[in-house]
Design a protein around this ligand. Structure first.
Ligand code: HAM
Length: 428
């Protein structure tokens, strides 16, 4: 049998690692500016953590979880998202007794048994934030601000930020009542078998269905925003006012519902119109004021978001957004022309590595032209040549392969010139 990675998973290497590091480093900087601290939770949890928070009738819980018994028969699930695990941790560790709001961020791999396609994987990476302990709409605005700032810093120009409010439990039940009433027999006949079940158990989840006949029926539904109670309406207006104040452009999308049961009030998504596939959401989130209480913790509200790292990288590459391999540092390649040069080269290599210069050496003894071509192809900025001549004269030759300049340095008396030349390159 030919070995391959499981369907919907992939190896991350080469250029994608540079993109990934750039996305993660940029996110860390943004999150730290806003005073968020990192949290790492296990990649699997007891199944209940997800089923009780994401919602029994959601697609994720119904169809997409990797659930398995461990050797003692306990049901475990590979995390399909980060929020539920973090809330489990906050409750278990009683983090809520510390100062509030508690601001956390996370980076991790998630698992969903979905039909793989471009931008949709069975194992994918997310980074996200959760702000726990305040219902102040300024925190809704703060997380949206972070999401917006992150994508700006990554180099995106044309993303759309969609926002909506799905109200509290009270206004949502009014909406659901009216929505159910608005569907006649012929509408119900057009629904897929899943949506017929959803209609009975959790009609809001019908909005996640991607089947065209169901989408047609749902298009006739009243707007959830017209059912907001005065408290939720005022709250949403405040969020929008703060966004305007922060000069963050948004579009109100009254059709946005998001596929998790835990949301209340504000929800949002950042989408790209350049991503033609259905997988055009780069990130999304919202407020979840009842989840902590529902999972056995105190009655404290929270808001957060997550973004897909893989999908973000895919779009960066598609849009031609370039990233630097190692910002601000030149890369140096040493070439020892024959075996007699190896000891001498090793000393130079040690000298450079002690000074934390990014460098490597090949002892392949290929001809110089091949070596330089290879160095260019592999993203080096300088080649240091060590041949018979150099050894005889205690020297080394440095070639700036970007600027086509060459320098000869005496190894015994001019060592410090090496870093002067390499440093002056300021490549990255
Ligand atoms: P989500 O919308 O399910 O939200 O996921 C956030 C992002 O993860 C998506 O916008 C997408 O970029 C990426 N993503 C999701 N599924 C896949 C997949 N199968 N393949 C590749 N990328 C994917 C959440 O997970 C919520 N926990 C967000 C949140 C945090 N809400 C409140 N706090």
């Amino acid at each position: 049998m030919k070995l391959s990675s499981p369907r919907g998973t992939g190896d991350i290497y080469g250029e994608d690692i540079d993109y990934r590091n750039f996305v993660i480093d940029t996110a860390r900087k943004v999150f730290e500016i806003f005073n968020y601290r990192e949290i790492i939770t296990p990649a699997f949890e007891y199944t209940e953590v997800f089923s009780r928070s994401i919602g029994e009738s959601t697609d994720i819980v119904q169809k997409e979880m990797y659930t398995f018994p461990d050797r003692k028969g306990r049901s475990l699930t590979l995390r399909p998202e980060g929020t539920a695990s973090i809330i489990r941790s906050v409750i278990e560790n009683k983090f809520y007794s510390d100062s509030m709001p508690l601001k956390l961020f996370y980076i991790g791999n998630m698992f969903r048994y979905e039909r793989p396609q471009k931008g949709r994987m069975r194992e994918f990476w997310q980074l996200g934030v959760e702000s726990i302990g305040s219902d102040n709409p300024i925190l809704d605005a703060e997380v949206i601000w972070m999401l917006n700032l992150l994508y700006k810093k990554l180099g995106f120009k044309k993303l759309v930020l969609k926002v909506n409010s799905i109200g509290c439990v009270k206004c949502r039940s009014e909406f659901i009542k009216e929505f159910k009433k608005s569907l006649n027999k012929s509408d119900l006949g057009k629904l897929c078998s899943d949506c017929r079940k959803r209609f009975k158990k959790n009609p809001l989840r019908m909005f996640d269905c991607k089947k065209s006949s169901c989408m047609e029926v749902i298009a006739k539904a009243p707007d959830i925003s017209s059912f907001l109670c005065s408290g939720c309406r005022k709250n949403f207006e405040q969020v929008l006012r703060y966004l305007k104040n922060l000069k963050i452009e948004y579009k109100i999308d009254t059709g946005l519902v998001r596929g998790f049961d835990y949301y209340t009030r504000t929800i949002f998504e950042i989408v790209s119109e350049d991503l033609k596939s259905a997988q055009n959401a780069l990130g999304g989130g919202g407020r979840y004021d009842n989840l902590i209480n529902q999972l056995g913790g105190p009655d404290i509200p929270a808001v957060g978001f997550a973004v897909g790292i893989d999908r973000t990288i895919m779009l960066m590459k598609q849009l031609g957004i370039k990233v630097k391999r190692k910002a601000g540092k030149s890369r140096v390649y040493l070439t020892a022309m024959d075996e007699n040069c190896q000891d001498y080269s090793l000393n130079i290599l040690k000298y450079l590595r002690d000074l934390e210069v990014i460098c490597d050496i090949s002892f392949k003894n290929r001809n110089l032209k091949t070596e330089i071509k290879w160095a260019e192809k592999n993203d080096y900025d300088f080649v240091i040549i060590i041949g018979e001549d150099e050894i005889k004269s205690d020297s080394l030759t440095i070639k700036d392969i970007r600027k086509f300049k060459q320098y000869k340095i005496n190894w015994k008396t001019q060592k410090e010139k090496i870093t002067e030349i390499i440093g002056a390159g300021d490549y990255g």
